[in-house]
Design a protein around this ligand. Structure first.
Ligand code: ADP
Ligand code: MG
Length: 727
């Protein structure tokens, strides 16, 4: 039997806030202590080996076997000094979370001797049985082998779980034939093309640029509720969101939670979580209450994109573990509760050079400004060209409840440039100057705009893609999602755009146009062409939906439909020609996303049915019986109908809504059967989204009425007010 709602409340009354002990009050003293980073490498490797590893990370060239052997030796020595007994290749299958399979260093030799061992083979490549990971048909079970291959660009780390210590080695996950079965490999490939394309463009401005990398700073929103209440709700426990529940009288009306004082239990959780993050080198810095009750956020300093993504994946794992210690449950789902805000994971994205420049930071000197403007305009143009793909990259059943739900960006992709930048773009576009000299003075003028003005970009929280002074913030990503898919798309569309830009400028220059003039000309054209994607107004408004339709911008609220953009001829061409995903990989990843979408809804449907028939209905019948008994007794002593009018009314209403709920459940079943026979996977997913999902609301409507009619003492499921406010 599951924990009852009242048992849960009793348990919470007696909770103690666990003590939180950081290794030191100064984070700098223990930051990264469980990471095999520069410091550890230098301590455990020869100078020569260390430099080889660094060169590999910089250039991507392969490590020789000899060096790999030395790295493995050093890693083992370091990890065992930290108490690690096991190692694992840590990877990111298409489930969107992380996977690990531990092996011990301890080995028994044929001659009976025992020792701790870690070879170059074990470091570089492993063969976990991949048959149970989603592969979208790339690897049928008879060729079930999947390979994990070391990614030296993301440092190994020791994960502490209770008293256990495991060396985790970030890896990519592929089939025998080398096809990507994870999110990391396409991401790494997208970084490579972005780097190549960016360097070529950077060199137009500065010959000294030899490396460019994308940067990512994510902001993770989440809900935190008591574990006992969480366990008393099968929907939360198994689906991560409530499928039933009348709204709480008090919700987020006062908006008093945002940036409010952090409750003590939550504060302890945050400190504990941050300590774990810091030990693992995740540079989290910011914590605060979010808008909805029981909603919070944490954010790190930005990092190189691959590492930032690994860190976010690791974070989601640690959040769960630490919550367990505090008898709390973390909800990462995009929309755990109706009627209040959902959670997102803003992705702050930019690009940085090895000369220390943030390519999306407006500089002071005009030529540098032209470089900034070049990258800025190319981002806008890339988003304009591939808005549908960006939308597809954040598609999930969970995010369907959030996008466009009046507190999250709409499903229409648009770019917010801010007032200062809009003025600059308009000036460039309308600049009557045909020659660069005139343009240069225009640019110079622009460069004199106080930098503050650009930074002051009014925080348009309704935009899905906003310039925030020195980076773009992509707000559509769901809170439970891996950042890898949207970031892979972002890198790839930008790479393609920069290639086009370079070709356009080169063509003009070949015709005799001077470089700067050619650049301005091309940018001017791009600004004009991509104007439709720019929107500074209220993205939540209905007017915007109409306006966007007039502009011809795609608006696809349903994720299953949106996913189609992944396999459009345009996307196939983009991904394959840039070497980010092969046609086969693309089809496979597409299938995995569709399957996940369908399964998420199937699981929710089963849970909903079970909760209604086995929890709600019996409770309602019991209450109804007690009312009927009361009515019968009143009748027996000769009272007339007036006396038991209220009881009778409730009895009737309970019957009405119980029948309504049962009928809706039956309709849900029919809709599922119909969807399952829709033919192709894509059509099936769309049917689940458009025909199955809406029936959930019909069931819920009746059950939520019942909740408000029922004896509070007999209602089995923790109520919204309890979930959100009891701690
Ligand atoms: P806020 O949005 O609260 O004003 P910031 O703008 O400082 O805070 O940062 C929000 C997030 O954006 C943080 O995770 C931060 O590290 C990240 N960020 C800042 N600069 C960059 C950049 N150049 N590239 C990527 N992310 C960045
Ligand atoms: Mg922000």
């Amino acid at each position: 039997m599951s924990v009852s709602r009242f048992q849960a409340m009793d348990v919470i009354e007696n909770r103690l806030v666990p003590e939180v002990n950081a290794p030191s009050a100064n984070i700098s003293e223990f930051f990264g202590c469980n990471v095999f980073g520069d410091e550890a490498m230098q301590a455990f490797m020869s100078e020569e080996t260390y430099l080889s590893v660094k060169a590999t990370v910089q250039t991507g060239q392969k490590l020789t076997r000899e060096v790999a052997e030395k790295v493995a030796e050093a890693m083992k020595a370091w990890a065992t000094s930290k108490g690690a007994t096991h190692y694992t290749h840590w990877f990111q299958p298409l489930t969107g979370r992380t996977a690990e399979k531990h092996d011990s260093f301890f080995t028994l030799r044929p001659d009976g001797t025992v020792l701790e061992e870690f070879s170059a083979e074990a470091l570089v490549q492993q063969e976990p049985d991949g048959s149970s990971f989603p592969g979208g048909g790339m690897r049928s079970t008879f060729e079930a082998r999947g390979y994990t291959v070391w990614d030296p660009s993301s440092p190994a780390f020791v994960l502490e779980v209770g008293d256990g210590r495991t060396l985790c080695i970030p890896t990519i996950f592929t089939t025998y034939g080398g096809d990507a079965m994870d999110y990391k490999l396409p991401l790494l490939r997208s970084q490579t093309v972005l780097e190549q394309a960016s360097i070529a463009v950077c060199k137009m401005f500065d010959e000294n640029v030899n490396h460019v990398h994308a940067t990512l700073g994510w902001e993770q929103e989440y809900f935190l509720i008591d574990q006992a209440l969480f366990r008393a709700r099968p929907d939360l426990f198994y689906a991560g969101r409530t499928l039933l529940g009348a709204s709480s009288a008090k919700g987020q009306q006062f908006e008093d939670h945002y940036f409010g004082s952090i409750p003590e239990r939550v504060y302890a959780y945050m400190r504990d979580l941050e300590t774990e993050c810091h030990k693992l080198g995740i540079p989290v810095r910011t914590r605060h209450n979010e808008v909805a009750p029981a909603q919070y956020e944490l954010a790190p300093m930005f990092e190189e994109i691959n590492i930032a993504i690994d860190h976010n994946q690791l974070l989601m794992d640690i959040m769960d573990r630490v919550a367990g210690r505090h008898k709390l449950a973390v909800l990462l789902a995009e929309k755990p509760f109706n009627f209040i805000n959902g959670s997102g994971k803003h992705n702050n994205w930019s690009m940085a050079t090895d000369t220390g420049k943030n390519l999306l930071s407006p500089g002071k000197d005009p030529m540098k400004n032209l470089q900034f403007l070049t990258f800025f305009v190319n981002v806008i143009r890339a988003v304009y060209e591939h808005a549908d793909l960006l939308r597809a990259s954040v598609a999930s059943a969970g995010n369907d409840h959030r996008l466009g739900a009046n507190e999250a960006p709409p499903a229409i992709v648009s770019v917010f440039a801010g007032e200062g930048m809009t003025r600059i773009l308009d000036a460039v576009e309308n600049g009557t100057a045909a020659r660069f000299d005139d343009m240069a003075s225009e640019m110079e003028l622009l460069s004199k705009l106080p930098t503050m003005e650009v930074h002051n970009t009014d925080r348009n929280r309704t935009s899905p893609f906003a310039f925030t002074g020195n980076k773009f913030e992509i707000r559509m990503v769901g809170s439970s999602a891996s950042c890898a898919a949207p970031m892979t798309v972002m890198n790839t569309i930008m790479a393609q755009q920069l290639k086009n830009f370079k070709a356009d400028v080169d063509a003009l220059m070949a015709g005799g146009t001077a470089k700067e003039e050619a650049i301005i000309k091309v940018l001017r054209r791009y600004i004009g062409e991509s104007k439709a994607i720019r929107f500074e107004g209220d993205g939540y408004s209905n007017e915007w939906k109409e306006e966007a339709a007039r502009r011809g911008l795609p608006n696809v609220p349903n994720s299953a439909q949106a996913l189609g953009a992944y396999v459009s001829p345009k996307a196939v061409e983009l991904f394959t020609s840039n070497g980010v995903l092969t046609d086969k990989e693309l089809q496979a990843h597409f299938s995995v996303k569709l399957e996940k979408y369908i399964k998420d809804i199937q699981i929710e449907a089963s849970l909903l049915r079970e909760m209604v028939l086995t929890m709600v209905l019996p409770a309602c019948v019991e209450y109804q019986n007690s009312l009927l008994q009361n009515i019968a007794l009143q009748k027996e002593i000769g009272l007339d109908k007036d006396a038991y009018e209220a009881q009778l009314d409730i009895v009737e209403k309970i019957s009405k809504h119980l029948n309504g709920a049962k009928k809706a459940i039956d309709r849900l079943h029919k809709a599922i059967h119909k969807a399952e026979s829709a033919g192709g996977l894509h059509d099936e997913a769309i049917a689940f989204g458009l025909e199955v999902k809406p029936v959930f609301d019909e069931v819920r409507k009746h059950v939520d009425h019942l909740e408000q009619l029922m004896d509070d003492q007999q209602w089995p499921l923790p109520k919204m007010r309890e979930l959100l406010f009891v701690r």
